[in-house]
Write a protein that binds this ligand. Structure first.
Ligand code: PMP
Length: 400
């Protein structure tokens, strides 16, 4: 480093993502990776997207290559409004939908317009690392709230709101098939959260990249659909249902002043999301038969992979471990015996050519060593079985 470079205090609060670090190693072909949240590569609808790309360039070529509005491509925003109404019960107008460069940018923009150094952000504990990274970059004071099988514990949220001398700026929740635990917030819990947040004027950011990937049970309506909900924001993305490489996501904002500020923040960040990929996503999703068939294909493949992973864990993990059984999404969460350290286990697993993400960096303000996150969407059923057997052997070896 050039000794004359003096970085901002903010940049010193930025740390590397534990996931990105493990991903460096998982690119090797003989490694079985349960680390990233990567979709199955063989399920990308490449020929359909080739046709969609042709149609975009044929019918809307100039606009798809030109600068665009910061808010995003209007037909895509209209489709999102209709889709959210149908799937999660949110009723929003297109002028409350901001297209972002992945939902990761949505997290960054919300943090940018809301957080001054030292402001409190409430999150589930454990929580998605990328959100923690975004909030930390703006020097938030992040407070983790305990969870149970139904999501964030409402008693803990209520107590914090009633007793804290400082008013928190934001509550961040991943309500469907949470990253990392796979847990889903129940309908009742969502109603309680909406009521409490309204009482304490607390904005709620609901991050929902996985809601469409439900393998059993009915959809649960979003917090933003609950009549008591006031200052809510909802993040959706095409990353897990179409392609993370296209970087097209949407932030829906109840409060018009909040929306305006977010749009200005987006302008200064990147002017707008790619005109071309927005139209490409729209071409694909607006053909409802194509879209529905694709989602069905993903669900059918992922539910089998989840079941293979659950069966393999039962067969190969030594006694004393437990894991979640998610009803959707891409991840499950494994708890090893209390005394076992998943970061040490990862070293042994890397020697066995299998990878996962240790749980420690997902925890906020708690030193929990014995948890880890497993992704089940990326590897084939055979490799899942093989990889979990290797993980089981490594965990067994650590016992002696
Ligand atoms: N939020 C959550 C909970 C996630 O799991 C992810 C991706 N792993 C993201 C946001 C970011 O997704 P993207 O930027 O690709 O839309």
């Amino acid at each position: 480093m050039n000794p004359s470079t003096s970085f901002s205090t903010r940049s010193q609060a930025m740390g590397p993502s534990a996931i990105r670090q493990v991903l460096k190693f998982t690119g090797m072909p003989d490694v079985i990776s349960f680390a990233g949240g990567l979709p199955a590569p063989e399920l990308f609808p490449i020929s359909e997207l080739r046709r969609a790309a042709d149609a975009v360039l044929r019918d809307d070529g100039v606009a798809s290559l030109q600068y665009d509005a910061s808010e995003g491509h209007l037909p895509l925003r209209q489709w999102i409004c209709a889709h959210l109404d149908r799937t999660v019960g949110i009723q929003a107008a297109p002028d409350r939908v901001l297209i972002t460069n992945g939902s990761q940018q949505g997290l960054d923009l919300v943090a940018k317009v809301l957080i001054d150094p030292g402001d409190i952000v409430l999150v589930e504990n454990p929580a998605y690392i990328g959100a923690l990274q975004a909030f930390r970059a703006y020097e938030a004071d992040i407070v983790g709230l305990p969870m149970d099988e139904e999501g964030v514990r409402i008693d803990a949220l209520g107590e914090f709101l009633r007793t804290s001398r400082r008013r928190p700026k934001l509550l961040y929740l991943t309500t469907n098939f949470q990253n990392p635990t796979g847990l889903t917030t129940s309908a009742e819990r969502r109603r309680h959260v909406a009521a409490l947040a309204a009482e304490f004027r607390l904005p709620v950011l609901e991050d929902d990249p996985y809601g469409e990937l439900r393998y059993s049970g009915p959809n649960i309506r979003a917090i933003g659909s609950i009549p008591e909900a006031r200052d809510w924001l909802y993040l959706g993305t095409s990353s897990k249902i179409l392609s993370p490489g296209m970087r097209v996501a949407w932030l829906v904002v109840a409060n018009p002043q909040f929306y305006e500020r977010l749009t200005l923040a987006k302008q200064s960040a990147d002017l707008h999301t790619s005109s071309f990929t927005q139209r490409l996503v729209w071409q694909f999703v607006s053909q409802s038969e194509l879209y529905d068939a694709h989602i069905e294909r993903l669900r059918a493949a992922y539910v089998r992979r989840r079941d293979v992973m659950l069966a393999s864990l039962s067969a190969h993990l030594p006694e004393g471990s437990s894991w979640t059984r998610p009803a959707g999404g891409l991840f499950l969460w494994l708890s090893l015996p209390q005394w076992q350290d998943s970061t040490e286990l990862l070293q042994e697993c890397i020697a066995q050519k299998v990878a996962f993400v240790p749980g420690a960096p997902f925890w906020v303000g708690r030193d929990v060593r014995n948890t880890l996150r497993l992704n089940f969407s990326n590897a084939s059923e055979e490799r899942i079985e093989d990889g979990i057997a290797r993980l089981g052997r490594a965990a067994e070896a650590a016992l002696v």
